[in-house]
Design a protein around this ligand. Structure first.
Ligand SMILES: *[C@@H]1O[C@H](CO)[C@@H](O)[C@H](O)[C@H]1NC(C)=O
Ligand SMILES: *[C@@H]1O[C@H](CO)[C@@H](O)[C@H](O)[C@H]1NC(C)=O
Length: 475
């Protein structure tokens, strides 16, 4: 049971606030601290020094995290490097240069030793994408092999978080070499759908939805697991990722709630995670428990995972039943185990289940024994051929922003920024930690344009209907 911790969960308000000592050290085999970054000198970089380090009266989160082993001697505590906000370009530049790779690896191992981490988790999102280059595929494999050698000779482990998307697997991953380098591969089988698409769907369906067509048929857990194994990743190295959060939209029409119903806006932010487009499982279950009358909870035909809506807010998420099915699936496929993003959004206080951490505990119990039968995949039907084909977009992981640098040429704020002269693309702007931004250009999928109002790619006709925007592209 691999559990990521979002270190910034400590800054959440009220019942959402989660610090290192809120971790139950007995329920996960591997705990991963997210994230460290990559500095311009090619060395690993501490991203929140005051919270993570002890110096200058800091909060010592790294040391407190690895000290959790005192309560469970079998626990493995590692440090993740990368994540969505770090972008891809820096990693691409480091991985192509043998000297920079060595600097990166040596500095990372030194940081691990200083804080008693048991190894590293590389979370480069993604080789050859988002400003990366085609050679990243080989350079990433080389980097992992070198990291693996150095870490192993220091008695530490190497894992990596990898995409479940076919295009990212094809473009960025030399699977046989990765299989050689990695001790465990954390498969991010979530964010398969989200508010960057103008319709609702499940972010982590085990199987395709019967109405899926084209590329959407591949955006499910079963496809990703099989595809990785087909390419050469042994099942025994794959930890199956399960999101302990929901992906949420604002429905265009509160009466249209089935999958593929139009939803051109992200869901309103949750009360504790405070980010549009996602709610922690703890927020969803608490809201449902305290106001059961406001919510409708459903499962789509042939699917195993719940979705729920309240007015125009619509979220796809996981519950006790769906995580047990996924753990059972993992066991049937001889996978290494389960992975969660992230431990801080399980029902860690036990506010809405009979016990704290019900989702993680349920996966452990199912995987290690009480197997339940995995339902078969639904039959695929062909329906309404006039339905629009869906744009394929990149998947995201959770983003956070603590500081807001001043505007530069293409970035005025963190997140997705429009180019007022060209709506076929946009810039993804992440604060670079020293007062500026790292900007990555992203193209909108065919048939869509970037909406400067909603900050996402939406159907061209919807964006053009917003009025006085994208005039060059709407002619
Ligand atoms: C989980 O959601 C499903 C719908 O997908 C529902 O049938 C099931 O009862 C829910 N499980 C629990 C424990 O609430
Ligand atoms: C961050 O951006 C600022 C402003 O563009 C720049 O001066 C600085 O060198 C950048 N820092 C890094 C680490 O890239």
């Amino acid at each position: 049971m691999v559990c990521y911790l979002e270190s910034w969960a400590v800054y959440r308000p009220g019942k959402g606030s989660f610090d290192v000592e809120d971790v139950d050290p007995k329920i996960c085999s591997h705990l991963i601290f997210a994230f460290a970054g990559l500095g311009s000198n090619s060395k690993i970089k501490v991203l929140d020094p005051w919270h993570e380090l002890c110096k200058d009266y800091g909060e010592c989160a790294y040391n407190r995290f690895t000290a959790l082993k005192e309560k469970n001697s079998a626990l493995v505590t590692t440090l993740a490097i990368g994540g969505w906000n770090e972008g891809s370009t820096k990693y691409s530049n480091m991985a192509m240069d043998p000297a920079k790779r060595k600097t990166f690896i040596d500095s990372s191992i030194a940081l691990c030793k200083d804080h008693k981490f048991d190894g590293l988790d590389l979370d480069w999102e993604y080789p050859s994408m988002r400003g990366g280059k085609p050679q990243d595929k080989q350079n990433f494999a080389t980097l992992l092999l070198e990291m693996s050698d150095s870490l192993h000779s220091n008695g530490m482990i190497l894992t990596a978080a990898v995409s479940a998307g076919k295009d990212k697997i094809d473009g960025g991953y030399d699977v046989p070499k990765m299989a050689q380098a990695l001790d465990i591969m954390n498969l991010m089988t979530y964010d398969l759908h989200g508010d960057w698409e103008p319709f609702v769907h499940h972010q982590s369906g085990l199987y395709p939805y019967p109405d899926d067509t084209g590329d959407n048929k591949n955006l499910n857990v079963d496809f990703a697991v099989n595809y990785w194994m087909e390419k050469g990743m042994p099942s025994s190295k794959i930890a199956l990722g399960v999101p302990l959060y929901g992906r949420c939209w604002t429905l265009d029409d509160a009466s249209k709630t089935d999958y593929y119903s139009p939803a051109s806006q992200p869901g309103e932010a949750g009360p504790w995670t405070e980010e549009p487009g996602m709610w922690g499982y703890n927020e969803i279950c608490y809201a449902q428990t305290t106001h059961p009358d406001q919510w409708t909870i459903k499962t789509a035909p042939g699917m195993n995972e719940p979705y729920a809506y309240r007015g125009r807010l619509w979220c796809s998420y996981e519950n006790h039943t769906s995580v047990a099915i996924k753990a059972s699936y993992a066991k049937e496929h001889n996978l290494a185990g389960m992975m969660v993003w992230s431990i801080d959004t399980d029902d860690f206080r036990g506010d809405c289940n009979a016990r704290p951490y019900d989702l993680i505990k349920t996966m452990v119990e199912t995987f290690s024994g009480g197997i339940i039968t995995v339902p078969p995949p639904p039959p695929t039907t062909t329906r309404d051929p006039s339905a629009p084909t869906e744009p394929t977009t990149s998947t995201t992981t959770t983003t956070t922003t603590t500081v807001k640098p001043p505007p530069d040429d293409v970035c005025t704020e963190p997140g997705n920024n429009a180019d007022p002269n060209d709506c076929t693309h946009y810039y993804e702007c992440a604060p670079n930690g020293s007062g500026g931004y790292d900007a990555t250009e992203e193209k909108c999928p065919a048939g869509t344009l970037f909406s400067p109002t909603n900050h996402l790619c939406d159907w061209a006709k919807t964006v053009c209907a917003e009025g006085n925007v994208c005039v060059n592209d709407c002619a």
